[in-house]
Design a protein around this ligand. Structure first.
Ligand SMILES: Nc1ncnc2c1ncn2[C@@H]1O[C@H](COP(=O)(O)OP(=O)(O)OP(=O)(O)O)[C@@H](O)[C@H]1O
Length: 274
């Protein structure tokens, strides 16, 4: 299939923020027993410091693979990528990013505080600093009173909040989140979406977020990257006209519905929705 190279609408001449992620003509092919899988094809994307960028698209369009390339967990077949002005490998080694998985992935034999401490123990940070970071971020996600509990004593939403706190403890500039709220009920998801927006505002971090949910992408993002499968590619990058300061009430606004419709149209225009 002919691959269309799209320049995203993410940059403007007046934008003061530095480039956090720069991806240029990147493709990734998985060689499998059934032949090559074109997971990513000719991806061009700029993400700036402080942006909240969502990847949305049907199953198999390469959202997770793209996030994993940014995180240096997969290597591209061709093209280039820079993360924080360096290679993804250096960004990983310098702990530039935190990664939040779809499942909280907490160790059941460690308390919430001890789970949060683990990455800081691995990077040999002093105990007093570890304690301060844990207190800061467990308070931020509303779990300070649960720090001595074990993961299995917490609800799914609380466990996911704990995994976000764990990622924040290392003070990464960049937070990569792969459908972190996909398994949660709608009410809990609403709540955590608002919590995440608060954290994003308070910390000024750059967020890259994978989701299947159009309302979630609209509610959270400054930019929405619409993707399509076979081969996995970007079909449109939409800059949100909505304010960065958002409330759940915004979902009843005309602007919200218009943006959701634009995303839906972009997805439908490809005629490949699974
Ligand atoms: N390690 C791998 N080896 C071979 N093929 C892979 C591998 N990882 C992903 N793929 C394939 O690459 C394509 C993109 O997968 P990816 O998981 O990135 O999609 P996705 O958009 O995140 O899907 P979902 O929304 O279902 O999680 C799919 O066809 C998938 O089967």
């Amino acid at each position: 299939m002919h691959a269309v190279k799209l320049q995203p609408e993410t940059s403007s001449p007046t934008k003061p923020h530095r480039l956090m992620i720069g991806i240029d003509d990147l493709s990734l092919v998985f060689e499998t027993n059934d032949g090559p899988v074109h997971a990513l094809s000719h991806i061009n994307l700029d993400i700036h410091q402080g942006d909240f960028v969502s990847f949305i698209g049907p199953s198999g369009c390469g959202k997770t693979t793209l996030l994993r390339v940014i995180a240096d967990l997969e290597q591209q077949t061709s093209g280039t990528i820079h993360v924080g002005g360096t290679s993804p490998q250096d960004a990983r080694l310098n702990r530039l990013y935190g990664y939040v998985f779809q499942a909280p992935a907490l160790f059941p034999w460690r308390t919430i505080a001890s789970n949060c401490a683990l990455p800081m123990e691995i990077s040999a940070q002093p105990k007093s600093h570890r304690q301060a970071q844990i207190d800061k971020y467990l308070t931020m996600v509303g779990l300070q009173d649960f720090k001595h509990k074990f993961p299995w004593q917490l609800s799914g939403g609380m466990q996911q909040r704990a995994s976000i706190a764990r990622a924040l403890c290392l003070e990464p500039e960049l937070l990569l989140m792969d459908e972190p709220f996909g398994a949660l009920d709608e009410i809990t998801r609403d709540h955590l979406n608002m919590e995440l927006l608060k954290i994003w505002k308070a910390t000024g971090k750059t967020l890259v977020f994978v989701t299947h949910s159009i309302p979630e992408a609209v509610l959270l993002s400054t930019h929405i990257v619409v993707m399509s499968p076979r081969p996995g590619r970007i079909i449109k990058v939409i800059e949100s006209p909505l304010p960065r300061d958002k409330t759940l009430a915004l979902r009843d606004s005309e602007a919200f519905h218009a943006l959701a419709a634009e995303i839906r149209q972009a997805l439908a225009s490809d005629h490949q929705i699974d």
